[in-house]
Design a binder for this molecule. Structure first.
Ligand SMILES: [Fe+2]
Length: 316
């Protein structure tokens, strides 16, 4: 069973324990998240050059739209202000910035009516982030930038949380993905040929859990949750922000959600930066999670080429 806890007053330690057991947390907008939303809206509006970002898909050829996102998304991901905003947001949500590490934030777009669902605006099939080399202690943080409705958000399939789904995550090697697909997402406009971990059995998509929070309302869930993009038919493009965290003590003690079906290779553990000083986790800790040796040229540095190599790693 999965419980959605709204505006919980649990401590971060208690919250992580429940997240690892399949619960989902939702928080009302806070000053820190609203600041992040406002900052993002400015970047987005600037990127769309006077068009309404939520309806610009009706004014642009899809190739031009993809090119615009290919410029906008890296600007967001690399912007130094994002790191400060995430730190503030973590603190306001009760996380210890000395022990909490985060990776690059992604700006997601889900266009309406299958206008653009590949590459730079990939529409996510049901997946777990743990099929993409995320550690089992990883938590995903997700919030809308503009108003959303249940028909253009994110769907959870919680019945699969602690049971296996037949999948091909054994074909995924994080370091090979980085080396091969780095920065290529923008090229996949009308189709997406990148091989990604997917279910290899029919998924019962319903009943499913959808959570629609206002802009700046934060949702936190385990990387183990099976989740997907809701096919958007609302006539408006959904914009959302997400990023991932791990807690130092969970990494040390190998605490996290259960691995019921993931067989991918490599680890994203080197991607997280401590909220206080942006240092990475010690290499000896990362090695404990490494089942294949990374090649030097297949490791990412913070914010690098998040367009292609990292796009599928986050959240729908
Ligand atoms: Fe995801």
């Amino acid at each position: 069973m999965s419980t959605v806890l709204v505006e919980s007053t649990l401590s971060d330690d208690e919250r992580r324990a429940r997240l690892f057991a399949g619960d989902i947390f939702v928080y009302a907008p806070k000053p820190s998240t609203l600041a992040f939303v406002e900052f993002t809206r400015e970047l987005v509006r600037d990127g769309f050059r006077g068009l309404d970002p939520e309806t610009a898909q009706y004014d642009l050829q899809v190739e031009d739209y993809a090119a615009l996102l290919a410029e906008l998304k890296p600007r967001f991901i690399h912007h130094p202000r994002c790191k400060e905003l995430i730190r503030d947001l973590l603190v306001e949500h009760g996380a210890d910035p000395e022990r909490t590490y985060f990776d690059v934030p992604r700006l997601r777009t889900s266009t309406s009516d299958d206008y653009l669902t590949s590459g730079i605006a990939y529409a996510f099939h049901p997946h777990r982030d743990t099929w993409y080399s995320a550690p089992f202690c990883q938590l995903n943080w997700w919030m809308p930038v503009f108003d959303i409705v249940p028909e253009n958000g994110l769907a959870f399939h919680p019945k699969y949380f602690d049971g296996p789904v037949r999948n091909n995550s054994d074909t995924y090697n994080y370091y090979e993905w980085n080396a091969t697909n780095r920065g290529s997402a923008a090229k996949h406009v009308r189709s997406d040929t990148r091989v990604q971990p997917k279910p290899q059995e029919e998924i019962e998509l319903f009943p499913q859990t959808r959570i629609a929070a206002p802009p700046g309302g934060m949702m936190i869930f385990s990387a183990q949750q099976l989740h997907s993009s809701v096919p958007n038919s609302t006539g408006r493009t959904r914009f959302s922000i997400d990023f991932r965290t791990v807690h130092h003590d969970d990494v040390v003690s190998h605490r996290g959600a259960p691995n019921v079906d993931s067989e991918c290779a490599g680890t994203t553990m080197r991607d997280y930066l401590r909220a206080t000083d942006l240092t990475t986790l010690p290499e000896e800790l990362c090695l404990e999670y490494d089942d294949v040796p990374p090649k030097a040229d297949a490791l990412l540095v913070f914010g690098e080429a998040a367009l292609g190599a990292r796009a599928p790693l986050g959240t729908a």
